[in-house]
Design a protein around this ligand. Structure first.
Ligand code: IPD
Ligand code: CA
Ligand code: CA
Length: 303
């Protein structure tokens, strides 16, 4: 664990207790129903996001008064500290707001070395040392400690052993901001034709947790934020998976490209990304207009 702090088992145990409490609040809000507000375009937020972030911020300050907190709903506390929690109080807000039961609490702890001459700039990443994701609808708690493994409800978890994309179930997500700038639908198309299928379930943190526990072989997304990925990337690494950007370079919390896999299909995915960015080897499908024309021709000829 060079460059990182000595592991403190309270990180995961305390964060787990906080995530369980936060998840219970989300379950209550989910049952009663909440009004939806717009942060922009189709970027939704609810009273549940704000209330639960406040709860987590308060609990983290009680448990770890010296740790920083960086939350999606605006929390920026003790940002100069050696440790920083990235908090997504509700990952999957769109699902939550529609009554679709796929969402979670995500908390990842970053160690940012602070010794003399070893201070990270605001843009540089430290090392994620602990991660907790809680799915309150399934009562599934995913935890990981750097160098010590990853667990689902206390049982060790491992990525899947599938070796080929053609036999894989994978997943992705789409941004809720600047939707017209995203090329991801092209990748969705291509990966769908080359795998058992691509799920788009609406919670990036759970997608990463599912790669870690072997339900999915891979996950990719453009433009995620550190609160979406901090906990999940550690789960994947500690379950034997691999992380990178789309070119195979090392994953950075602020790099805004995440490719996570069971490691066995990773190289195959990187080749496909490279080919796609270069415009090579794309599997054609009919346009809706071509499809309609063929259908009309078949109907006219009776074939
Ligand atoms: C979103 C979810 C979704 C992903 C979006 C994220 P939020 O987070 O993780 O799966 O596709 O890019 O913004 O807004 O529900 O916390
Ligand atoms: Ca999120
Ligand atoms: Ca969120």
């Amino acid at each position: 664990m060079s460059g990182t702090a000595h592991l403190d088992q309270r990180w995961v145990s305390q964060a787990s207790a906080i995530a369980l409490e936060a998840g219970a609040r989300l379950r209550e809000f989910f049952a009663q129903g909440v009004e939806t507000e717009y942060k922009g375009d189709v970027d939704l937020v609810t009273v549940a996001d704000r209330t639960v972030e406040k709860l987590i911020r308060t609990r983290l300050a009680e448990a770890f008064p010296e740790h920083g907190v960086y939350g999606e709903e605006g929390t920026r506390e003790r940002m100069g500290g050696e440790f920083r929690w990235y908090v997504d109080p509700l990952d999957g807000t769109t699902n939550f707001a529609h009554g679709f039961p796929q969402f979670c609490v995500s908390m990842g702890l970053e160690h940012r070395p602070g010794g003399a001459g070893d201070v990270l700039s605001a843009e540089e990443n430290g090392t994620i040392v602990a991660g907790v994701i809680y799915d309150p609808m399934r009562d599934e708690l995913y935890t990981a400690e750097r160098g010590h493994g990853a667990w689902l409800n206390g049982k060790p978890m491992h990525v899947s052993r599938i070796e080929f994309l053609a036999e894989s179930l994978i997943s992705t997500g789409f941004p809720s901001r600047k939707r017209h700038d995203s090329p991801n639908i092209h990748f969705y198309h291509e990966f769908t034709l080359r795998s058992h299928g691509v799920r788009r379930a609406g919670s990036a943190a759970l997608d990463l947790a599912y790669v870690a526990c072997g339900r999915l072989e891979a996950f990719w997304e453009f433009n995620l934020n550190p609160w979406d990925t901090a906990a999940g990337i550690l789960l994947v690494e500690e379950s034997g998976g691999r992380l990178s950007d789309f070119a195979g370079g090392s994953f950075q919390l602020n790099s805004r490209e995440v490719l996570a896999s069971n490691s066995l299909i990773h190289d195959e995915l990187i080749v496909l990304f490279k080919d796609m960015f270069a415009g090579r080897d794309l599997a054609p499908i009919p346009t809706p207009q071509e499809f309609a024309q063929h259908r009309a021709e078949r109907a006219a000829t009776g074939r």
